[in-house]
Design a protein around this ligand. Structure first.
Ligand SMILES: *[C@@H]1O[C@H](CO)[C@@H](O)[C@H](O)[C@H]1NC(C)=O
Ligand SMILES: *[C@@H]1O[C@H](CO)[C@@H](O)[C@H](O)[C@H]1NC(C)=O
Length: 204
């Protein structure tokens, strides 16, 4: 028993559980508090490289916050302390949410998630998965009915159905691409007021 403890300490492989002092963007899976599907479902504002250096994992074995895992965030995300549990420092947390929300598992606290889903959505928002939020077939309905589930709160129902439109907005003006962008790149190309079979502002 003692040798197990000594080995664990030596190798630091006992992952630290998510601190009970800050259970934001977590859910209980029956036995443990684990990160929810909206904990790391956004991009860092600063570069990933900066965030990795600024928010060092508590041990080299720690996994970064991701859906379903239960290892504590890098300490600098939420405290000036050096041990778990440490008291929350709200300045540190505010800075982390603003700059490195993905690295810190704070995506659900960003403005993209700060709105209400429709009171009577066409689909059960709680059952919507990350894959559905990314699917061109679902995205328009989810932007309108379940924006807080997918992190679409800043979009006001106007969304690109496919990823990548924003990488090259010159396609908005490429001849032969008009039909494609009117359907698929409505946000990037500013086409949300153009009527299609599925108007953006159909439901509010
Ligand atoms: C809860 O999550 C932990 C950590 O990922 C895992 O080890 C455990 O098996 C999960 N429990 C259930 C009931 O899924
Ligand atoms: C497209 O945009 C994403 C997100 O902004 C970026 O990570 C990626 O490197 C870009 N790809 C290209 C080819 O510009």
């Amino acid at each position: 028993m003692i040798s197990i403890i000594i080995l664990s300490v030596l190798f630091g492989q006992v992952a630290t559980r998510i601190t009970p002092n800050d259970l934001s963007c977590t859910r209980n899976n029956g036995t443990d508090n684990v990160y929810s599907s909206t904990a790391a479902s956004c991009m860092n504002v600063m570069s990933d490289e900066y965030c990795r250096v600024a928010y060092i994992p508590q041990t080299p074995f720690d996994l970064p916050p991701a859906e379903g895992n239960d290892e504590d965030r890098p300490l600098m995300c939420y405290t000036l302390g050096t041990a778990t549990p440490s008291p929350i420092n709200y300045d540190a947390r505010t800075v982390a949410i603003a700059n490195c929300p993905k690295t810190c598992g704070y995506c659900c606290l960003t403005s993209a998630y700060k709105c209400n889903n429709l009171a009577y959505p066409r689909v059960n928002c709680a059952a919507v998965t990350r894959a559905m939020c990314l699917s061109p077939i679902w995205r328009q309905i989810l932007a309108e009915d379940c924006p807080a589930q997918c992190g679409f709160c800043d979009l006001n129902g106007c969304i690109d159905l496919v990823v990548g439109c924003e990488n090259d907005s010159s396609i908005c003006h490429t001849s032969g691409m008009e039909q494609f962008v009117n359907q698929n790149c409505r946000r990037t190309c500013n086409k949300c007021s153009v009527a299609t079979q599925s108007p953006c502002s159909g439901r509010k």
